[in-house]
Design a protein around this ligand. Structure first.
Ligand code: CTP
Length: 438
């Protein structure tokens, strides 16, 4: 169990508001972050302070710090001009600046090659002009910035500049909800504003072993499902992609089905069991994965969809704007899984010529669920078996180029695969019969 930081009594302003700026987490920061990261935060904070901009660690960084989990991304937000701050950082420490003026965001890539890319974000307010639309962003206070967020546990900030280093800002009782292990939205329209938060709630609940607050869960209703159904395929698919980065996606898929979320976005998939991926790294080399997707995400998609029919997969692919590579991998995996029983007595060459036509990732996915030995033999050995003879050798023997070249080379390859030849000499003898055969 992660240890939560000791909570001092909160000062309640009304039913839901509590400010606990009297909590100082300086020691927690110093003890949890490695010295290089801490040093980086100090460098940024000093510059921000010199410009008169209070700067904070926010959102996921604060949540994970309090849960004693590793901090993967530094979420830094300042009450001031992020672009001006990064300009000052580049002037003093070097590195590169990228600006996103419309979003009041700047990226700093510090000079040393192993430094991470840092997003510096100005505190903002977000207004949703219509349910499910992307919000309009305006610069605002820290308080507004925390109130625009998804859940109380993600709506805390720790100030990191100067003498304020370590002060906690928790206007919405995030720390108390962390202690209660609760995922709670900030207001009743949260899922209408952004129904992707339904996916996020399930992810956090599963990842941390938390419960979704019952009142928040009631907000997954016809209204929010209707807005969800209007979201673009790309936006929806991204939420599944994130689920597939978590250790146990099956539970979340099942919950999405139970909440009628899958139905509302027209996904007809009814099986949710994915094998547990102890080691997501491919045991059989590299596999082609679509742009923007990791190997694990691609594999999870294929494992999930391979129990469905081709037409069901094509519906999902269309609804969620799949890249072609992903659709193909899922369709071929589904077909291979179904035909597996009828291939039992195939020779290695039959397997190989058949599997050569499929994406290797489909073969790997079907292997994971079937443990069919021929599939692992194919991936680890058979696919690499080639005859020693080449097209140039056939030409040198005076054979006129044409389809016969392919036939001969295929025949030689099959002979190697099926153990009919095992040495260079045997291949030469077989070749001689094939060439004179014609
Ligand atoms: N956020 C939000 N609503 C969303 C997406 C994000 O309010 N639909 C806010 C949350 O406060 C979140 C922060 O933006 O903490 C950063 O978002 P993201 O990087 O997606 O989440 P993390 O909290 O960093 O969580 P994870 O560990 O899953 O990346």
């Amino acid at each position: 169990m992660p240890r939560l930081y000791t909570i001092t009594p909160q000062i309640w302003r009304d039913d839901f508001l509590c400010y606990n700026t009297n909590v100082n987490l300086a020691d927690l920061l110093k003890n949890s972050l490695d010295s290089a990261l801490l040093d980086l935060i100090h460098r940024i904070a000093d510059e921000s302070s010199a410009l008169g901009f209070p700067i904070y660690l926010v959102g996921g960084s604060v949540r994970d710090l309090m849960l004693a989990r590793p901090i993967l991304d530094l979420d830094l937000t300042l009450e001031g001009d992020a672009i001006k701050l990064v300009r000052a950082l580049v002037k003093k420490h070097g590195g590169e600046l990228t600006t996103h003026e419309k979003f009041f965001t700047a990226t700093w890539t510090p000079q040393s090659s192993n430094s991470q890319i840092l997003d510096l974000i100005s505190t903002r307010r977000e207004i949703y002009s219509a349910p499910g639309s992307l919000p309009t962003v305006t610069k605002s206070t820290l308080d507004d910035d925390l109130r625009r967020r998804d859940f109380t546990i993600n709506a805390m900030a720790i100030r990191v500049d100067g003498e304020h280093f370590g002060e906690l800002y928790d206007p919405l009782c995030g720390q108390s909800d962390l202690e209660k292990k609760l995922i709670r939205v900030l207001h009743p329209k949260s899922f209408l504003d952004d129904p992707t938060r339904i996916f996020r709630a399930l992810r956090y609940a599963e990842r941390y072993g938390f419960t979704i607050d019952p009142e928040s869960l009631k907000l997954v209703n016809d209204g929010s499902r209707k807005v969800l159904s209007t979201l673009s395929g790309e936006r929806l698919r991204h939420e599944f992609d994130l689920i597939f980065e978590e250790p146990n996606p099956s539970t979340m898929l099942k919950q999405l089905a139970e909440l009628d979320v899958l139905k509302s976005i027209r996904l007809r998939i009814t099986s949710y069991e994915l094998p547990l991926l102890d080691d997501p790294s491919p045991a059989f080399g590299e596999f082609a994965v679509p742009d923007m997707l990791s190997f694990q995400q691609t594999l999870c998609w294929v494992l999930w969809l391979m129990n469905s029919s081709v037409s069901e997969i094509e519906d999902v692919a269309e609804r969620l704007a799949f890249p072609v590579l992903l659709t193909n991998a899922a369709v071929f995996a589904s077909a291979l899984k179904q035909e597996l029983p009828s291939c039992k007595n195939w020779k290695p060459s039959q397997w190989t010529f058949h599997l050569d036509e499929l994406p290797s990732l489909s073969v790997y996915a079907v292997y994971l669920v079937s443990k069919e030995n021929a599939l692992s033999e194919y991936l680890s050995k058979w696919q690499h078996v080639k005859p020693l003879t080449t097209g140039d050798d056939l030409k040198a023997r005076g054979l006129a180029p044409g389809p016969r070249y392919g036939e001969i080379l295929r025949h030689l390859r099959a002979a190697w695969l099926d153990g009919e030849v095992g040495t260079e000499e045997e291949e030469r003898q077989l070749l001689a019969t094939l060439v004179t055969d014609r």
